[in-house]
Design a protein around this ligand. Structure first.
Ligand code: ZN
Length: 447
């Protein structure tokens, strides 16, 4: 386990840690300087959850979390967790104190629920919308709204507008979030077929462009879709499936479901017709209509994992929390369900002539609000948490994500019992402390 830089003045110490031998640079706390970076505010030493802090966040490679009630997402019980070099290095009750010579932080998380960072598989990172003229193009997603919602991993989508919006821009926004410390990926394509791409081919995009995991959001049963035929859908599904094999990525076809009465017909016919595995199809917005949600219950029997959207409350739509509670009450497979926010997407209402009569904007906070609503209903956290974490990681083939496990990425959220985000670590870095974002993006208001 690498803990700090090695050099001619380094010495081996075990420091009472029986799970790892570590190397420290002598006098490290004196030689590393605190850069005077604005916008990086360290939590005050007097903070009740913080035992010690000697270095700026960038150098804070060891973090000890004490007395956390862990949902991994299964319930583990109260335990300590050691974070090192962006990973979970150890997890056990009563881990030994770290020696003072090692730069580290200790947080007492008594009374908190420690969960994996949420994975939001549908965010319009470069902004969605534009369905009622250029003035309705939604601005790009900033970092803080994602962090405030407990999201440590996200996947960007383009949406309706694959004409003024480009994959190049989406990839740039994705890389920008990575630079700011979040884990981020994206899909190539938009609602359309032929699929707009960066390199000219779906396969090349998935195989050669690091953040691209698949194709999305391809619109089906929607007046804004390309009205694709079965053959056209199958060609895209086969390209993304084989590209996933070649690249070792998920190779997923993330489908936007509209309100059209054909519902999942094209996906069902694709499953009837072709040899492409069911795991490739990941239809979203399945709760936009109650009848579509009922149809989704049958689709999962065929091995498809379906995605709820955490729509804002409008008095009509089936809310994600209600849908999850119903799914569980009916004994449907919880591992076949995921939930995403549609953040920075336009949530339009159209009249019968396809004219926009009302519009809302998706906000990642609805993902957290769905969790809070489920907690309020006394639904067991360990039962529904996979919908927001480990199930999404499985669909996206991200084995380091979605679980609190030794060796996994240190993407963790400490929630209050009511489900408020109190602290958040992304890649082992503390980014939210006491509900305050420590690391806002460059164009966001500083705290
Ligand atoms: Zn959509």
């Amino acid at each position: 386990m690498r803990v700090s830089a090695q050099g001619p003045d380094s010495e081996e110490v075990s420091g009472g840690l029986d799970f790892a031998r570590v190397t420290v640079l002598q006098g490290a706390t004196n030689t590393l300087e605190t850069p005077g970076e604005e916008g990086i505010s360290r939590p005050a030493a007097s903070c009740p959850c913080l035992a010690s802090s000697s270095l700026p966040n960038e150098f804070m490679m060891l973090t000890l979390l004490r007395n956390a009630s862990i949902y991994a997402p299964e319930f583990i019980g109260e335990s300590d967790v050691l974070l090192a070099d962006g990973r979970v290095a150890a997890m056990a009750p009563g881990l030994p104190d770290l020696p003072a010579e090692l730069p580290h932080e200790t947080h007492d998380l008594s009374g908190h629920l420690l969960i994996p960072g949420l994975i939001d598989a549908h965010v319009h990172l470069s902004g969605g919308g534009g369905e009622a003229g250029p003035s309705t193009r939604v601005p790009p997603m900033a970092l803080s709204p994602l962090l405030k919602a407990g999201i440590t991993s996200c996947v960007g989508v383009l949406g309706t507008d694959g004409t003024t919006r480009t994959i190049r821009d989406l990839v740039a926004c994705t890389l920008g979030l990575r630079e700011l410390g979040l884990s981020a990926w994206c899909y190539t394509g938009s609602y359309r077929i032929p699929v707009p791409t960066l390199t000219g081919s779906v396969r090349d995009d998935v195989v050669f462009i690091d953040p691209i995991l698949g194709v999305g959001e391809l619109a089906l049963s929607d007046h804004r879709s390309s009205q694709p035929t079965l053959d056209e859908v199958l060609r895209v599904a086969s390209d993304v499936y084989v590209a996933g094999m070649i690249s070792g990525k998920a190779g997923v076809l993330h489908c936007h479901m509209g309100s059209g009465e054909r519902g999942f017909e094209l996906i069902e016919r694709a499953l009837d017709t072709a040899e492409i595995p069911a795991r490739v199809y990941h239809p979203t917005h399945i709760n936009r209509e109650r009848w579509l949600f009922d149809a989704a219950k049958k689709l999962v029997d065929r091995g498809v994992t379906v995605d709820l959207t955490a729509f804002p409350e409008d008095g009509e739509t089936l809310m994600a929390a209600e849908a999850i509670a119903q799914w569980r009450a009916e004994g449907l497979p919880m591992d076949r369900l995921t939930c995403s926010s549609d953040g920075a997407g336009c949530l339009p209402t159209f009249d019968e002539d396809g004219r926009l009569i009302q519009m809302d904007i998706g906000d990642p906070i609805t993902l957290l609000e769905a969790i809070q609503e489920l907690l309020k209903r006394s639904e067991p956290l360990e039962d529904f948490l996979p919908v927001f974490t480990s199930n999404v990681a499985r669909v996206l083939a991200l084995p380091q994500k979605g679980r609190v496990v030794v060796g996994g990425d240190a993407d963790l959220v400490a929630l209050s019992p009511e489900g408020d985000v109190r602290h958040l670590w992304a890649g082992g870095k503390l980014m939210v402390h006491d509900g305050v974002v420590l690391t806002p993006g460059p164009f966001e208001p500083k705290n």
